[in-house]
Design a protein around this ligand. Sequence first.
Ligand code: AHR
Length: 493
Amino acid sequence: MKQAKLHVEKDFRVAQVDDRLFSSFLEHLGRAIYTGIYEPEHPLADANGYRTDVLKLIQQLGISHIRYPGGNFLSGYDWKDGIGPKAGRPRRLDLAWHTIESNQFGIDEFYDWSQKAGTQIMGAVNMGTGTPKDAGQLVEYCNYPGGTYWSDLRAKNGHKDPLNIKLWCIGNEMDGEWQICHLDADDYGKKAVEAAKIMRWIDDSIELVACGSASTMQKTYPEWDRKVMEYTYDYVDYLSLHRYYENEGNDFDFLASFVDMDRFIHTLEGTADYVKALKRGTKDINFSFDEWNVWYQLKQKAHPWQEAPEILEDHYTLLDALVFAGMSMTLLNHADRVKIACLAQLVNVIAPIFTKKGGGVLKQSIFYPFAYLSKYGRGTVLKPVVTAPAAESRYGETPLLQQSVVYNEQEKTVTVFALNIGAEEMQLTLNLRSFGEVTMQEHICMAGDLSAVNTFAQPDAVVPKQLPVQQGTLRTCDVILPPQSYHVLRFQL
Ligand code: AHR
């Protein structure tokens, strides 16, 4: 059996986790909005057309912010098409996803929906076909108190009080050649600065996110990030990072995805600190990892022009959930710099929640690791001393154990998230002596048939199990991690 050790010291602190690390993303894409969260004809829809069964599941995830309305969709979207009386809204071609956008759902509907979901909005302004002027007008529409054209129009459209959207993305993946009106780093950097100036003049309390690299696979990574931060250092608060992984045929490489994600963040920390030094600055540029997930991009197919087509509807296996869990631990371990992270996406489109049009709703396998991240990942991330076996993956030397430790001082709990990516059992020894005596409260585990998937016929094919806990008080603890398994180990101080 493989052996691993975690020596946890309560004073070796990384950072307090920002609540916005538990955020998500809804784009006008496929069935995310239409027949996802909004389906007026559905028997469980409320008076506004919002699916209450979907709302209930979203509430279980404890989500902080939801990024909206895109994604690639953003770069061709005119937000003005989605306001005012619904009958007068234009039907448009969405060039990003080759679909027809009815515009029956826009920023006012999303605000009302967010109030019901108990989430806040992370807004986004179009830097593709959009101009800095449009961006300013959207901020005026959303946040200006009243007495101007756009703020009065908002009141006329049902929201007398400002929507108060305090966090904004300046564009989406502008480094991607697939993006509508893609820009190079110099052109994006200059445009983002001009948009930021206008947006902040209208509301100086907002926080801004500039586009970083869309993936570690981008040819322009990490030069793009350096250049963009050099332009925007004085104007923005965060750099956005995106990364999706898929199984390209080797399960171990796929399970090792967290290694690449970890290096991505580590590299950009260095890049951001370089820019800070260059600028003789004092502030840190932190990160908004506002798209992360497993996504089977290689399986995408062409489809005809259509409203709300069934696209990007990945059905996640247990293996996908394990990879996802590994990524979630990387985000926690970088809590000192990653202040915002959005699970991309939330409903139907590469999502933890899956709906049937006119029918039921389903928890996908990745629902569970996200729910545990959000429930038990709150507190202070600690940096344990880790001894673990390693093996070679496509990313080089790869630890077989991924872990993260969160100390919640208020609740007097310690949670150890652990992932064994190896094909053998692993004995994990936890040294928790610095906390004195603790009791083990819970051992949650996901393991088993890696290809299992939840379906409407078998909604519980992939669910976490509760394993027996060690009885009595303890200072150290040995736990057996089966091959390829995810664990949440909870201790009370
Ligand atoms: O989340 C799906 C797509 O992935 C988003 O629209 C885009 O930003 C990214 O490439």
